[in-house]
Write a protein that binds this ligand. Structure first.
Ligand SMILES: [Fe+2]
Length: 356
């Protein structure tokens, strides 16, 4: 049996008592794979313990059963993220995988419908419900920091924007008051609900890109003027897709306005200042930060601190965009952010281990 047939999975993905409907394998020191658990069999805490004692850091799934594994992760995400036996890194890896799959599903099922597929929206809401606690935790920030500098991919980008947004809002709840002045008087349950809505908005902010042709989305070379015009329709497409959903108005506004600039030079409406929805202003900052600090086919990642300096317009950094290999796709370097929010975001970055 070839090694290429097997995909390593973190042991923490298997929760005691769960009944995975896929086979699980272990790999011995000689590199041979042997069946460890049959599908449909309950895996006990003792079995999992023996695995850890045996020094196994990974277990394996047959590539052909990958979709079953992904379904299992999504169905059990809440329990997995609460599993004490799983490390934070394992949880972060699992959360990213599920979230990326959910966003991918939302893009693919909505394609051609012109509206957000109902099932995809429910999956998104369930994901947020199951993961919100984990992504709010301070320790998850460390895991998030490790993802900085990775390749930029639309679905993974959405996951990082969600993660940053939730962590940032948790530490700056005054922003929620800017979104809804009644926020401080909300009951706890309603506060959490509002938080969840913000998270859904962050994850789906680019859903309108599902209507942008792939040839434009994936283009490695700079976009032509015509292609840019098509690309710039995505906030409006996103709004249109969410019209018939139960998503609250402020989230729809955030999706529509996440490319509006504070100085009025953004799109699609050219709104200015606090006329731009506060959640949109937050996503604007985080969206640009993640794009800058990610690897693109046409540029290396900008280190987080440097990205923060450029965004805030530190004099010695301005006007050097060309040196950094940044292109028109990173126009967020201009002073187009809500300065107060940007300052808060930079303070927040101090809480994240920025790494290299
Ligand atoms: Fe966007």
């Amino acid at each position: 049996m070839s090694a290429a047939r097997y995909m390593p999975i973190p042991p923490g993905a298997v929760i005691p008592g769960a009944l995975p409907d896929f086979r699980i394998y272990v790999r011995n020191p000689q590199g041979a794979y042997t069946l460890w658990a049959q599908e449909g069999n309950k895996v006990t805490a003792e079995q999992l313990g023996r695995l850890t004692e045996g020094g196994y850091t990974a277990i394996y799934v047959d590539i052909e059963e990958q979709f079953k594994y992904d379904q299992y992760l999504e169905d059990n995400l809440g329990s997995i993220l609460e599993n004490r036996a799983a490390s934070d890194d394992q949880k972060a890896e699992i959360f990213s995988r599920v979230s990326t799959n959910v966003v991918k599903g939302a893009f693919e099922t909505s394609l051609g419908l012109g509206t957000m597929d109902r099932g995809a929206l429910q999956r998104t809401q369930k994901l947020i419900e199951n993961a919100l606690q984990f992504i709010q935790e301070a320790k998850s920030l460390q895991a998030l920091a490790k993802l900085i500098g990775h390749d930029y991919q639309t679905y993974a980008h959405a996951t990082k924007v969600l993660w940053f947004t939730v962590s940032f809002l948790r530490l700056n709840q005054g922003i929620l008051e800017q979104i809804d002045p009644a926020y401080p008087d909300f009951e706890d349950g309603r506060k959490i609900e509002m938080f969840r809505h913000c998270a859904v908005g962050a994850l789906l902010h680019d859903i309108g890109k599902s209507l942008v042709p792939r040839a434009i989305l994936d283009k490695a070379d700079p976009l032509t003027e015509v292609e840019w015009e098509v690309m710039k329709r995505h906030p409006l497409s996103g709004l249109a897709m969410l019209i018939d959903t139960d998503i609250p108005d402020f989230v729809r506004k955030a999706v529509l306005q996440h490319h509006e600039d504070y100085d009025g030079t953004g799109y699609p409406l050219g709104l200015e200042g606090t006329a731009i929805n506060a959640l949109a202003r937050v996503i604007r900052i985080i969206d640009v930060f993640d794009a800058m600090t990610s690897r693109r086919p046409y540029k290396d990642p900008v280190p987080p601190l440097k990205a923060a300096q450029i965004m805030i317009g530190t004099p010695e950094e301005s006007g050097k965009d060309a040196d950094l290999g940044l292109t028109g796709r990173d126009q967020g370097m201009r002073p187009c952010f809500d300065r107060e929010l940007l300052k808060k975001f930079i303070v927040f970055l101090g809480d994240v281990k920025l790494g290299a």
